[in-house]
Design a protein. Structure first.
Length: 258
């Protein structure tokens, strides 16, 4: 598999992201284009202004508890609470640097998403603002795929990524929020292992693994690589388009631990 960076200028609200990526990416038939959710949100203008935000007592309590020291931290906590509510979720924990939220966005049919700060971040956005996911990630991948194919003349798939943390592991990897053009999961159940024993529970998290590979190349600092092309990946294209399914809490291996 080839993993190719798409380097661009700074993306701003109102930019035609698909045009920018198509011009910079030299796409080929069969490519999967992985795109940072923050980049897509920036192009769509879904920034959250922290200045002047009315801070609730709950948000102030979270700010006092986490003690980040930012002048606008209470407003940031308020933004997280409002984004959590928008995505039908709730805050379930914290660490010294972040809140852990459990989200059930519109359209996510299976499971929920555990995300730091409801997906919001103050990195890679101008001072006084926060940025999170596009308001409708499925519509985002649908439109990006359609426009990328129109602009490039190539048949491609699209993967919307976000960095994430995992239980008991240091550092970030990535998850796939939504995909258009391939199945995000591949069941291995019933296949035989090296010794002929049938697999009983294994599913390959195809979209998440590709998201992590792309995220390693795109980075989280000042790389100016908002997207990456995955080529010669061997993943068949399908008509799937939607959120990457999750797992219900009662079936989760980590239930009770988070």
């Amino acid at each position: 598999m080839q993993l190719l960076p798409i380097r661009t200028r700074l993306i701003e609200p109102g930019n035609d992201l698909a045009r920018i990526l198509a011009d910079a990416g030299a796409l080929e038939d069969g490519d999967i284009v992985a795109i940072s959710s923050k980049t897509a949100a920036m192009a769509e203008g879904t920034l959250v202004a922290l200045q002047g935000m009315e801070v609730s007592a709950q948000a102030q309590a979270w700010s006092d508890r986490l003690q980040r020291g930012h002048a606008d931290d209470a407003a940031f906590r308020q933004a997280i609470l409002e984004e959590t509510q928008r995505m039908h979720g709730h805050a379930i924990g914290d660490c010294p640097l972040a809140m852990l939220t459990d989200l059930k966005p519109d359209g996510l049919a299976e499971g929920s998403i555990l995300a730091a700060n409801a997906g919001l971040d103050r990195s890679n956005v101008q001072d006084g603002y926060a940025i999170g996911w596009p308001h409708d990630p499925v519509e985002t991948v649908r439109q990006l795929r359609q426009r990328l194919q129109e602009y490039s003349g190539k048949k491609v798939a699209v993967l919307l990524t976000d960095s994430c943390c995992r239980p008991r592991r240091i550092g970030v990897t990535a998850i796939a929020l939504a995909v258009s053009g391939f199945d995000p999961l591949q069941s291995e159940i019933g296949k035989r292992d090296l010794f002929g024993k049938p697999l009983t529970m294994t599913q390959e998290a195809v979209a998440d693994q590709l998201a992590t590979a792309a995220n390693f190349l795109m980075g989280n600092a000042d790389e100016s690589i908002p997207a990456a092309v995955l080529r010669d990946h061997g993943v068949p294209f399908t008509n799937y388009e939607g959120w990457v399914p999750g797992i219900e809490p009662e079936e989760d291996l980590f239930r009770g631990a988070v």
